[in-house]
Design a protein around this ligand. Structure first.
Ligand SMILES: Cc1cc2nc3c(=O)[nH]c(=O)nc-3n(C[C@H](O)[C@H](O)[C@H](O)COP(=O)(O)OP(=O)(O)OC[C@H]3O[C@@H](n4cnc5c(N)ncnc54)[C@H](O)[C@@H]3O)c2cc1C
Ligand code: SF4
Length: 565
């Protein structure tokens, strides 16, 4: 039986939470459809506050279980005993890749999606990023520029609560920041030495979605000050980091306009040939396998880059034989992820009398410094670094040889400071990096599985090499010792910044959505998650999904109010 709503939001993660909040606050009856289970804020954070000794393997996941059920998810650094219930079981959620290629799809299907798991690093994109496709011709031009997005970044940042420092850098615009989670002593020294050695490079504290000084907006949702426990990915019942559960869903809920349907898998969008609009969605109940439909005036797809692609490709009809709103044939194409898992580590000697105060839940950031004004490198676009520092512990000395009381005692003393810089590079949008539906394989709910076919291109490989080499140069110039590099080639997907598959652009012949995230082919369907991204920049993308979602909801709401939608 069909139920009627003003708006259907598919997915309850970072993007879906924002769509729900915006529409509910504007007075629209909104249905949020989430394929995973309900997760109650606080109550269901079952790993929170557990000490290592309360867990059988000291927060490591039982190896057999990890190998058998989570062969892909276990490659994510945040996959632990205390967090594993927020990751998908790979056996139940299969997908395929071509022989000899790989893509790690790291996900959590439950209320809140990956907003519970994210590392909270939040950076604005700059005008250079929104102009990049036009500048070098790779990818279709963005219909928006920084000036269009700036007010929406302001808007979402004030609600989210982003801590950071004002730096005045064109390539990384400043925002509406709460006080920063600053450097420790090693990072402070490293930053000074970098500034002395380079005119074009600066180390800054990461900008992260933590409440260092909550405002009224945060406190009225019951959110509190961050306590630097650094256990965020277990869930934070203080609501001190931004998630759907801590912020957007409660804001939507208090309006009385939100209905949430969990355990409800959106199978496809229903297209009405007469009106040339979507009339609703078909849903499969995850527990009973029964089908039902919901209808609404407007649909917001926020199921994540690959989840949205799956729904679009599965929504075929006489009119859209190769996928919903896909007259451009761009649905599924131009898949990107950030180039990462390569960089360097080095030791900063001294400061042996300093240790930690609290457990800092933030990174350090070295903003992009290549190809700013013009393309000067042997590659297009650029990269930034993220990293951190810590004092080496006893486990770094596992191969040391010795015996006796003094030897044992020496293991109780923390080692030298180690600093890491990991590159985050921009991957070019390439048409052949794409997802399709597998021709025969379906999952246990009858949804065709995704087939993900993507690889690094030549430009991507050059950036990876440069990120490694420059990290060494920076560390050498800063006087670090014992510098080593690392490089995980088989890392596509592991940055967990999948983008593309339903890209934005002015020309309906080559893009799926317009500058307001509205499908060119079907005016009442909007795509506001990473699928709509026309390029990847090198900054973490989720803040930009939030800004696009809020902006698109504002546009759609105005169109609905004047009867155009
Ligand atoms: C460990 C980790 C660290 C990260 N760190 C950062 C960071 O520091 N900064 C940053 O910017 N990003 C980070 N990310 C990425 C960030 O989490 C994602 O970019 C963001 O969550 C994407 O938001 P979304 O709403 O598009 O998707 P999600 O948050 O994944 O939510 C999508 C939701 O849709 C649901 N869904 C999917 N398909 C269907 C369907 N057919 N029917 C109904 N529901 C469906 C899913 O179950 C899910 O709940 C990190 C991710 C992880 C896992
Ligand atoms: S570090 Fe802050 S946000 Fe993270 S779990 Fe602790 S209090 Fe919560």
């Amino acid at each position: 039986m069909a139920e009627d709503f003003d708006v259907i939001v598919v997915g309850s993660g970072i993007s879906g939470g924002w769509a729900a909040k915006e529409f509910c606050e504007k007075g629209f009856k909104t249905l949020v459809i989430e394929r995973g289970r309900h997760v109650e804020h606080g109550e269901d954070y079952i790993g929170e506050n557990k000490d290592p000794w309360e867990m059988k393997f000291r927060d490591r996941v039982d190896r057999k279980l990890a190998d058998q059920r989570y062969p892909r998810q276990k490659r994510c650094y945040a996959f632990k005993d205390s967090t594993k219930h927020f990751f998908n079981d790979d056996v139940d959620y299969p997908y395929s890749v071509p022989e000899g290629r790989n893509f790690e799809w790291i996900r959590g299907h439950h209320l809140g999606g990956r907003s519970l798991l994210w590392h909270r690093q939040s950076y604005r994109w700059s005008d250079m990023d929104f102009s990049s496709n036009a500048r070098d011709g790779y990818g279709t031009d963005w219909p928006v520029r920084y000036k269009d997005m700036a007010p929406w970044y302001d808007y979402v940042e004030e609600f989210v609560g982003i801590s950071g420092t004002m730096e005045g850098m064109d390539q990384l615009p400043d925002g509406k920041f709460l006080p920063p989670i600053g450097f420790n002593c090693a990072e402070e020294e490293f930053a000074k030495r970098i500034e002395k050695a380079f005119d074009d490079r600066r180390l800054i504290p990461g900008r992260c979605a933590h409440l260092t000084e909550p405002t009224e907006v945060h406190m009225e949702l019951g959110r509190g000050t961050c306590q630097s426990r650094n256990q965020c990915q277990r869930g934070c019942s203080l609501g001190a980091y931004f998630s759907s559960q801590s912020a957007t869903l409660p804001a939507a809920d208090r309006t009385g306009n939100m209905t949430i349907a969990t355990d409800s898998i959106v199978h496809s969008i229903i297209y009405d040939d007469e009106t040339k609009r979507a009339s609703g969605v078909r849903v499969v109940d995850a527990n009973t396998m029964e089908g039902r439909t919901y209808s609404a005036k407007v649909i917001f797809l926020c199921a994540s880059t690959l989840g949205t692609a799956q729904v679009l490709l599965n929504s075929t009809s006489e009119h859209f034989q190769n996928g919903f709103a896909n007259s451009s044939d761009a649905v599924g194409r131009y898949l990107m992820d950030h180039l990462a898992f390569t960089g360097a580590t080095g030791e900063l000697h001294g400061f042996q009398d300093h240790y930690y105060i609290g457990r800092k839940p933030n990174s350090i950031y070295l903003p992009r410094f290549t190809n700013l004004e013009r393309d000067e490198e042997d590659f297009l676009r650029g990269y930034a670094y993220q990293g951190g520092s810590s004092r080496l512990g006893w486990s770094s000395r596992l191969s040391d040889k010795g015996f006796g009381a003094d030897f044992k005692e020496s293991f109780k003393t923390p080692g030298v400071w180690e600093i890491g810089l990991e590159g985050y590079g921009e991957m070019l949008p390439m048409a052949d990096n794409r997802v399709t539906l597998h021709k025969t394989k379906v999952d246990k709910w009858g949804m065709p599985q995704l087939h993900i076919d993507a690889k690094f291109g030549e430009n991507d490989k050059k950036i990876r090499k440069a990120m490694r080499e420059e990290a060494v140069k920076i560390m050498q110039a800063a006087g670090l010792k014992n510098i080593t590099t690392y490089n995980t080639e088989d890392s596509l997907g592991l940055s967990i910044h999948e983008m593309g598959t339903a890209r934005m652009g002015n020309d309906p012949r080559e893009a799926v959505v317009n500058g307001y995230n509205q499908c060119h082919d079907v005016e009442n369907v909007f795509i506001t998650d990473g699928a709509a991204m026309a390029s990847s920049a090198c900054q973490n993308p989720s803040l930009t999904y939030m800004a696009f979602t809020a902006r698109a909801a504002d546009y759609a709401a105005k169109q609905m109010k004047i009867g155009k939608l």
